[in-house]
Design a protein around this ligand. Structure first.
Ligand code: NDP
Length: 258
């Protein structure tokens, strides 16, 4: 199937690692021009080397001025063209209600909401000029299936899901807005948790195997970054032209709702 990316332009926030990097690679392979951002310069340089022809800009998506600058640089580079915005930058926070301070709540709500809001404000004028504009928000299954040990991430994720649903209506018919609901995907954040594991003698295979069993994942493993990346590439493409306001779960079957 032709996704229809040839000659199109895509922005992937957090494109320097994990799911964002895998998404950028697929979009490039499908013929799109791709711009990514991230905060860490070294990580961005390594990603840039793996993405020939892509534009890589250092930018914290929580810094509104930096995001405006990122949009200006992309506009200059693409001649004002943008067809797809993938809002992927971010990370989760492990904490219960008892261990989450007011400042933690504020930081988490700011990260989850403004990693969408700042970026959408900055890039919407460019998307409005596309004949096949799309936004894909990378969200988590926690939005609909909260976990008490990730209380503030779960609450924020639910709010973001509501935001994206509203935008799908407000931005129609010009810009489609969809989301991905992730389960557990083996990317930067899980690699960091593995590195910090309690029992340092535990092998990678044993640690990941125990994690998948403990989470009762029917497909019996974590996802690879390329697996959600393919779903993002589909939802963001002209091939998904009649899909908006939808959420696609990429979780190995771990959700319990119908
Ligand atoms: P990674 O840590 O591998 O990638 C995260 C990317 O986001 C990096 O490029 C990172 O670069 C960037 N980033 C983080 N914060 C910011 C920021 N404020 N501004 C700009 N860039 C930022 O993790 P994943 O690939 O797993 O994560 C992708 C998304 O998926 C995240 O939003 C994550 O919360 C979400 N998710 C992941 C799950 C999983 O199991 N992997 C489960 C549920 C949701 P840098 O740090 O250099 O800025």
């Amino acid at each position: 199937m032709d996704f229809g990316y040839s000659g199109r332009v895509a922005v992937v926030t957090g494109g320097s690692s994990g799911i964002g990097l895998a998404t950028a690679k697929i979009l490039l392979a499908e013929g799109a021009r791709v711009a990514i951002c991230g905060r860490d310069e070294a990580r961005l340089a390594a990603a840039s080397a793996a993405l020939p022809g892509a534009l890589a800009v250092q930018c914290d998506v929580l810094d509104r001025a930096a995001v405006s600058h990122f949009a200006a640089v992309v506009s200059e580079w693409s001649g004002g063209r943008l067809d797809l915005l993938v809002n992927n930058a971010g990370q989760g926070r492990v904490s219960t209600f008892a261990s989450t301070s007011d400042d933690d709540w504020r930081a988490e709500l700011e990260l989850k909401f403004f990693s969408q809001i700042h970026v959408i404000h900055a890039f919407k004028p460019m998307l409005e000029r596309s004949d096949a504009a799309a936004i894909v928000g990378v969200n988590s299954l926690l939005a609909v299936q909260p976990e008490p040990h990730m209380v503030c991430t779960s609450a924020a994720r639910a709010g973001v899901q509501s935001l994206l649903k509203s935008l799908a209506t407000e931005f129609a018919p010009g810009i489609r807005v969809n989301s991905i609901l992730l389960g557990l995907v083996d990317s930067g954040q899980w690699q960091r948790r593995f590195a910090a594991r309690e029992d340092q003698s535990q092998s990678r295979a044993d640690w990941y195997g125990a994690l998948a069993r403990g989470k009762h994942i029917p497909l019996a493993r974590l996802g690879e970054p390329e697996e959600p990346a393919r779903a993002i590439a589909f939802l963001g493409s002209p091939a998904a032209s009649y899909i908006t306001g939808a959420s696609l779960e990429v979780s190995g079957g771990v959700s319990r709702h119908i």
